[in-house]
Design a binder for this molecule. Structure first.
Ligand code: APR
Ligand code: PHB
Length: 393
């Protein structure tokens, strides 16, 4: 097989890129290790930045989002139960975020991919990349008993943190930057109305809690937990009790309890590799960087990466210019690091760290109290939360 672009991985990064390239008339094949139900079924975050919504609209993929997405102009922060609201729209000249689960985004991307005839190879095992430092990279894989081979101009590694793409770059070229947090998030989904029409991020003496949602009838709640905790020890009753304690009485009074239908623990980590390009291989999304979920930047960052890459590849094929391709890594990393900073900061001021002493705790409270009283501090949070612009290289 011969294609202009090979995309490894059909997560958000790979599928947004596949649609962007299709819209530009650039031929691509997506090679995915799992099947569609698996990829679509993974429960992930659900807050879309304004730029992500804009891209879905430009790609003609926003029909269901416009009907079912919940537009949020503000968000709430709770300090030991005392709640204040940040009016993001007022602070940013009207910018908002939209609550729409990643699973819904994936369903829309896959449905449209079928209609538009995008080439996706599911259940691809033993994916291997060769010739990345030459002119004609080759991707090989297996589909059942059949061995496949694709020759292309460029390979885009959208295969997440555990993929093969990043590993194809020589160790001597890559620099890795990492912070592992000494806690995780225990997340629950339940078909009960959300506590508030907007999110509540809570810092409590006992640890962080977050009240989020997927729809007017489906809630998503999280509490900070230890990394070695056994999910079996967390009955629904214990979860609701701890959540309500951390959210504080004002928010807890609005929590509707119910049976959970999803419960899992996820670790928190910050991770970046540089550069995001080596020869004819580009990295995008979780293959190149991970953020802790505080602030909901993961999927949005994958989208901004592939938006930049789509522009760069379009410039290459339409205008014969490699300026975009050559500038991709630096341009993407400049935005990635700002999202890393925001996610790290928001995590740092809202979570309980095992090493914290009284001084650290009071600094945290002071920081959030400053946020409560300062329009300047609120504006800084708001512009990061709704999504920083995609600046030129
Ligand atoms: N070969 C082919 N596909 C692979 C391989 C491989 N060796 N390894 C992983 N994949 C696939 C995975 O099965 C997955 O579907 O690559 C895809 C990567 O998707 P994500 O991990 O979701 O990464 P990305 O698309 O960068 O999404 C970034 O969305 O899913 C969230 O937590 C994620 O918030 C982050 C954002
Ligand atoms: C979610 O709804 O899953 C969610 C929302 C906000 C976050 C993280 C996760 O910061």
């Amino acid at each position: 097989m011969r294609r202009q672009i090979a995309i490894i991985g059909a997560g958000p990064a790979g599928m947004f890129l596949a649609h962007l390239l299709h819209a530009e008339g650039i031929e691509a094949t997506v090679i995915e290790r799992r099947d569609r139900p698996y990829v679509e079924g993974r429960v992930r975050a659900g807050v879309l930045e304004q730029g992500t919504v804009g891209l879905l609209r430009r790609l003609g993929l926003a029909g269901r989002l416009e009907r079912e997405g919940l537009v949020h102009g503000g968000t709430n922060v709770s300090i030991d139960g005392r709640v204040f609201r940040i009016d993001m729209a007022a602070l940013t000249g009207g910018a908002t975020v939209t609550v729409y689960g990643q699973q819904e985004v994936m369903r829309d991307l896959f449905d449209a991919a079928e209609l538009r005839g995008l080439d996706i190879r599911w259940n691809a095992s033993d994916v291997a990349l060769t010739g990345l430092d030459g002119d004609r990279p080759v991707v090989t894989w297996r589909e059942g008993d059949a061995a496949r081979r694709l020759t292309c101009d460029f390979v885009v590694g959208c295969d997440g943190y555990h993929g093969v793409s990043r590993a194809a770059i020589p160790a001597s070229v890559l620099r890795t930057f990492e912070r592992v947090y000494p806690f995780g998030w225990l997340g629950v989904l339940a078909d009960v109305p959300p506590a508030d029409h907007e999110l509540v991020y809570a810092n409590h003496e006992r640890g962080f809690a977050l009240a989020s949602m997927r729809s007017p009838t489906r809630s998503r709640y999280y509490i900070q937990c230890g990394l070695n905790e056994d999910i079996g020890d967390w009955s629904d009753d214990r979860f609701w009790d701890e959540l309500c304690l951390r959210l504080g009485s004002e928010t807890a009074a609005k929590v509707t309890r119910g049976k959970s239908f999803e419960k899992s623990i996820a670790p928190l980590r910050s991770f970046v590799v540089e550069p995001m390009r080596w020869g004819r291989l580009f990295l995008a999304g979780d293959a190149a960087h991970i953020v802790p979920p505080t602030g909901a930047k993961g999927m949005n960052l994958a989208v901004s990466d592939v938006t930049m890459l789509g522009e760069a590849l379009s410039e290459h094929y339409r205008e014969g210019s490699d300026a975009g391709i050559d500038g991709y890594s630096a341009r993407a990393l400049a935005r990635v690091w700002k999202a890393e900073r925001f996610s790290w900061w928001f995590t740092s001021v809202t979570h309980r760290f095992p090493t914290m002493d009284g001084f650290d705790r009071r600094i945290q409270i002071a920081e959030l109290d400053y946020l409560r009283g300062s329009p300047a501090a609120q504006r800084s949070l708001a512009e990061n939360y709704v999504g920083l612009p995609l600046e030129a290289a």
